[in-house]
Each structure stands twice: as C-alpha cells, then as structure tokens.
Design a protein around this ligand. Structure first.
Ligand code: NAD
Ligand code: MG
Length: 393
C-alpha cells in the first residue's frame, strides 16, 4: 500500500475509550491516515484484534509478558506487526520519523514520558492525556515550543475553546481580545444527589456518567469534578490563561462544549453531540474538516440548555484544583498523583467517594511543594504524593 501523502499515526492507549473513538475516525479516512503504531497496557486479546484490523508496523505493551502473549496471538493470526514492551519502546514509537501525529490517549501519569517525547520530537500531538499537562505544565509547553510540535487538544472542552479562540491567541489572551474562558461541566451523576448520601455512593454509580461513555478513571473524576479541576489546569497551560480568566459553568446537557468570551461582549461557543469523535476528527485534520461519523445535533430534540454555578461544597476537588493552579510549582503533580491513588482505591472499595477529596487535600497539605522546573522534580513530587497517599489509605 502506498502511503504517499497519507499521515502516519501512533496511537498510545489504543485499547481505551479514546483509542476506540480514534480508530473509528481513522477507519473512515484510509486515504488520509495509516496506523504506524499502537500501544496498550495489558489487554492482549483486544490488542491482537486491533493489530489484525489496522495492521500497524509496531505494537507496544506495557510489560514483557504481555508483549510475549501478543506475539504468540499475532503469529497464530499471521499478522506481521512487530511487538515491543516497556516505556522506552513507548517513547520510541512516539518519535518515529514515519509518525506525523501522536494520539496521547494513555490514562494518568503513565502517559507523561511518551507525550513529552512526542513534543520534543516536534510531532502533531492530539492530547487526551490531560494528566501529563497537569503534572508538568511549564515543562510540557516548553518542550512543545522547543520541539516545534503542534499541540491540539482532544479533551472536548479544550477542543471547543481552541475552535472559539482567535488565530493569534498564543500572543496572549488579552492582546487577542479574549476576556474569559467559560469551561462547561455536566456536573456528573451526583449533581443533585443529597450531600449526606455522597459518602455512600458505589463505584458503579460513580462511573455511570449521564452524557459520556469513558474509561473508569475519568468517569470517577467527572463524578467528583476533579476532572473539571484537571481541565482548569489544562486550560491554564494550553491557552496561557490565569485562573481568574477561567470560569467553570455547570451545563448538564453537555451540548455546549465550552465558550470563549471576548472584550466586545461576544461569546463564541462550540456545540455538538457528546461524542469524542468530533474533537478527535477536528484535531486530526485541523485546519481541514473531515467526517467523524457523529450524528447531526438535533436542537429541537434538545429544546433547552441550562446553566448554573458549581457548588464547591459539593465538589471540593474543584476548589483543590483551583488552589493548586494558583500555587503553581509541583502542586499540579501532587494533586494529580494523590487523585490517581485515591480513585484507584475508591474503585477497589478501599476508600469512600467523599474520601477521595479528603485524601487529596491531606496529601496537598503534607507533601512539600517545590519547583517543577525539571522532569526529575515532577516525577519526585509524583512519587512522594503516591507514597504518602498509599500510607494514609
Ligand atoms: P481508558 O481507561 O478507556 O483507556 C486507557 C488506555 O491507556 C488503555 O489503552 C490502556 O491500555 C492504557 N494504559 C493504562 N495504563 C497504562 C500504563 N500504565 N502504561 C501504558 N498504557 C496504559 O481511558 P480513556 O477514557 O480512553 O482516557 C484516556 C485519556 O483521555 C485520559 O487521560 C482521560 O482523562 C482522557 N480523556 C478521555 C475522554 C473520554 O471520553 N474517554 C475525554 C477527554 C479526555
Ligand atoms: Mg473533558
């Protein structure tokens, strides 16, 4: 197959929810894109199916055992994909010369190194892995600028904001005439649950998001609204916005994906059905528009859009994230690490739902702050926060 003019894609986190949506969009445009590399943590069966279907040149699993299992499955299916393992191999596929675009769709801190590697190598990065930007904000943006990478947000809100921004937004928001970012949030499944019932909610209730189908971690983050907190920090770095320039707006229908307010009073919004294939298609082809498979937005069916102010008593994680972004330094990395440990413990039944925010707050108090000027400093903060969080649980 000739790949002339077709862009090579490395999809990191291929077996996840964003991975599936990305492969769905790619399969609609075989003339524009070809899959060079796929990665996954441990889902060997699923990965074998994806390799058979998309025929990547390389597949990377998190560890050697999973890689060996995948090799055997692929040999049995006569699929010639080369299989590698580990974080170095992950960085390698993010920097291959034949890769034009890296889709960063690993969940959590596990995605940091490969995303940074893609930035340093000057790739187009479709950023779903918001945790990496939350952890290493300045470092990450510096790597993007130094490497000459193109950073395109896939997170639906940030993709919406990007679409509503003026072309020169990177010269500074004020200079570009932008007054505020209006970051919308659905409020998740517990938007109206009586406060005294929150301590007793189960993982199954927490991951049942009203509007989006997503991986478990981000679904719990949406229920605590830590997801919105992480997104505030993500917006701070992507658009060089101050925390004061970011207003979170509860909008339960998830139809407006976010807005940008200008100094003349104009407010631009991006609307669409809640389907990640829209932001993925936008970021893949930008500045061109391509089909995504998402159905037409039926405004008559929706009929009504609601807005309200988020309640910080109900959603303490949102307050903690605002505090962390104001404090800067390694606060983002500590917040993120404590939250990852807390969410995992909640999903395993070792921590209550309200315990998530309590644990994150305690770890932010306990673990000393530092400068986030180097990757080592960020990783050290991440390690200390995880250790402290595990100890408390
Ligand atoms: P998911 O759990 O469905 O998938 C995660 C992927 O990461 C899987 O392919 C898994 O194999 C891989 N992975 C997990 N741990 C790993 C490790 N230690 N090493 C290597 N690979 C590992 O998650 P998702 O919902 O697709 O979310 C992925 C990222 O995208 C997250 O950062 C999330 O915040 C972000 N995001 C997701 C959505 C969504 O709609 N799902 C929307 C916006 C942003
Ligand atoms: Mg989002």
């Amino acid at each position: 197959m000739s790949t002339h003019g077709s862009r090579g894609i490395a999809l990191l986190g291929a077996t996840g929810s964003i991975g599936a949506s990305t492969l769905d969009v790619l399969a609609r445009h075989p003339d524009r894109y070809h899959v060079v590399a796929l990665s996954a943590n441990s889902q060997v069966q699923r990965m074998a199916e994806l390799c058979e279907l998309h025929r990547p040149r390389v597949a990377v699993m998190a560890d050697a055992r999973a890689a060996q299992e995948l090799r055997e499955l692929l040999a049995a299916r006569k699929v010639k994909t080369e299989v590698a393992a580990g974080s170095e191999a992950l960085e390698q596929i993010a920097t291959l010369a034949e890769v034009h675009t890296v889709v960063a769709a690993i969940v959590g801190a596990a995605g940091l190194r490969s995303t940074l590697a893609a930035a340093a190598a000057g790739k187009r990065i479709l950023l779903a892995n918001k945790e990496s930007l939350v952890m290493s904000g300045q470092l990450f943006m510096d790597a993007v600028h130094r490497g000459g990478a193109e950073l395109l947000p896939v997170d639906s809100e940030h993709n919406a904001i990007f679409q509503c921004m003026p072309p020169d937004f990177s010269d500074g928001l004020e200079k570009a005439g932008v007054r505020r970012i209006l970051l919308t949030a659905s409020g998740g499944p517990f938007r109206a649950t009586p406060l005294e019932q929150l301590a007793g909610v189960t993982p199954d209730q927490a991951i049942a998001h009203p509007n989006w189908r997503m991986g478990k971690k981000i679904s719990v983050d949406s229920a605590t609204m830590m997801n919105k907190g992480l997104e505030v920090i993500e917006a701070r770095w992507l658009f060089d916005a101050t925390p004061e320039q970011i207003q979170v707006v509860l909008h339960p229908q998830s139809v407006i994906h976010s807005m940008v307010e200008y100094c003349d009073g104009s407010v631009l919004a991006q609307l669409g059905n809640p389907d990640m294939r829209t932001p993925i298609a936008h970021a893949l082809a930008w500045p061109v528009r391509i089909e995504s498979g998402v159905s037409t937005l039926d405004l008559f069916q929706i009929a009504q859009l609601d807005f309200s102010r988020p309640d910080l008593e109900r959603f303490p994680c949102l307050r903690l994230a605002f505090e962390a972004v104001r404090a800067g330094g390694t606060r983002g990395a500590i917040l993120n690490a404590a939250n990852e440990v807390a969410v995992q413990a909640f999903l395993q039944g070792r921590l209550s739902f309200t315990g998530i925010a309590q644990l994150v707050e305690r770890i932010l108090d306990e673990v000393p702050d530092g400068s986030a000027g180097t990757l080592d400093a960020v990783l050290e903060a991440d390690r200390r926060a995880r250790e402290a969080a595990e100890r408390v649980i």
